[in-house]
Ligand binder design. Structure first.
Ligand SMILES: [Zn+2]
Length: 441
């Protein structure tokens, strides 16, 4: 009874139940030692990219024990009836910045310098923790946080989530991004370049690049983020630096992903051997082909039409965009995505949603999937980009999939996202690591 009350309270707007956190954790842990059987009305098989009719998912502790049709309910098992819903693996957002939220009118340098000098890492981590919860509520059970977290504030948030102090998604974290001179703060004066170095790990030569990888991994990073070019600043990492980073990361068993917007920055990073490209806005067909050949994934980070309108409403309240202006911006994004889809490159969903759009950040971030949808991507492909493709990029076969032995991260949406993609807005159930955060048995 008490577990029911707590779960109910946790799904509402006020998570405070009056029960101390450590007792809540104990209760939740006690609950998940029992077997749970989830009855799914429809079921997304992320490996095959197909939807199946009714399946039962058996969960023991934090792992999926079986997936079957008409599974006989073990005595004493908790049964969760999701027969009205579509069940799928918890969503993955491969590009977030939980500790950085920018006012759309502020600009990168001013807002970034403010975050470092006036907000500070402890406060950024506290705010990041609150944002982390909104991702979980939106059905995103795993995020990859790629820098702009001060000096390792991202690691602190992940630690607090993992030890049960906070409710939030699983986190892959990069620590400070490895960058050419100046980080991403154009206009910063030379005398104050140290401010950029509070936010970015500026790399000066191949040996320093190796050291930077060792530093980040030592202090908790489990992915390396590099800036092939520090756009909007002009600098590039050298090929020698990027190759040294990739070699050191391989040695330490972590993946490397590259911020790259121009075709030159993308092709240089691919040449150096990175695992994925973030943004890739101006990628050319020949480079896409090379990415496919080398198995380099693309994380296309685009605001959808809803977020774009929100952005305009905040950034340009007195001059709303014309329909033609909106359509032209979106058309360019859709064409880029269509070229990427046609090339056969692996697409991994990532929002890069660091703008304050006036809505919970996780909810806004999930809308990147709507950009893919509006560009013509099939629902199954979109869901693969946000589940199994991302998990494969992270090198974790037990995530992004509902199968025996996988981690019990799964969600349910109200409706059939194939016929009506807006079903993805209606999250009815969220389980992460065997613990229910949204929905009740
Ligand atoms: Zn980013």
């Amino acid at each position: 009874m008490i577990t029911y009350e707590i779960r109910k309270a946790r799904t509402g707007p006020h998570s405070h139940t009056g029960v101390p956190n450590f007792i809540q954790r104990h209760i939740r842990q006690t609950t998940v030692t029992n077997v749970t059987v989830i009855r799914a009305g429809r079921f997304f098989d992320s490996e095959k990219g197909i939807f199946l009719s009714a399946r039962d998912i058996v969960i023991k502790g934090n792992l999926i024990e079986a997936v079957a049709e008409n599974f006989p309910i073990p005595s004493g098992a908790r049964v969760v009836d999701l027969t009205r819903y579509t069940v799928m693996p918890g969503l993955i957002d491969a590009h977030v910045h939980l500790l950085y939220l920018e006012k759309p009118s502020g600009g990168l340098t001013a807002e970034g310098v403010k975050a470092i000098t006036m907000e500070g890492t402890p406060l950024r981590a506290l705010r990041g923790a609150a944002r982390a919860r909104t991702f979980l509520m939106a059905g995103i059970t795993i995020v990859r946080d790629l820098g702009n977290s001060g000096r390792f504030g991202d690691i602190a948030v992940r630690t607090a989530i993992n030890d049960g102090s906070l409710d939030g998604p699983r986190m892959y974290v990069s620590g400070p991004g490895l960058s050419p001179e100046g980080g991403q703060f154009p206009g910063l004066q030379f005398s104050y370049r140290g401010i950029a170095e509070e936010e970015y790990r500026v790399v000066r030569g191949a040996e320093d690049a190796r050291l930077a990888v060792r530093e980040n991994v030592t202090y908790g990073a489990n992915v390396i983020k590099i800036y092939s070019s520090a756009s909007p600043n002009p600098g590039y990492l050298s090929l020698e630096e990027m190759r040294a980073i990739v070699a050191e990361a391989r040695l330490l068993g972590v993946k490397v992903t590259a911020h790259a917007t121009s075709d030159l920055a993308i092709s240089r990073a691919v040449e150096a051997g990175v695992d994925s490209i973030e943004h890739g806005y101006r990628v050319e067909d020949a480079t896409l082909k090379r990415m496919k050949q080398r198995g380099v994934a693309l994380v296309p980070t685009y605001l959808d039409s809803v977020n774009l309108k929100r952005l305009y409403a905040i950034a340009r309240p007195n001059r709303p965009p014309t329909e033609q202006e909106l359509a032209a911006t979106l058309k360019q994004r859709y064409e880029r995505l269509q070229r990427a889809m046609k090339s056969g490159v692996t697409i991994v969903a990532g929002s890069d949603n660091y703008l304050d759009l006036g809505v919970p950040q996780g909810e806004a971030a999930k809308r990147v999937l709507f950009t893919y949808h509006d560009a013509g991507m099939e629902t199954a492909q979109i869901l693969q980009s946000a589940t199994i493709n991302a998990a494969r990029l992270f090198g974790e076969p037990r995530l992004g999939i509902i199968m025996t032995g996988a981690f019990a991260d799964l969600i349910a949406v109200d409706g059939d996202p194939v016929g009506d993609f807006s079903a993805m807005e209606r999250i009815k159930f969220v389980m992460k690591n065997g613990i229910i955060y949204v929905g009740q048995p």
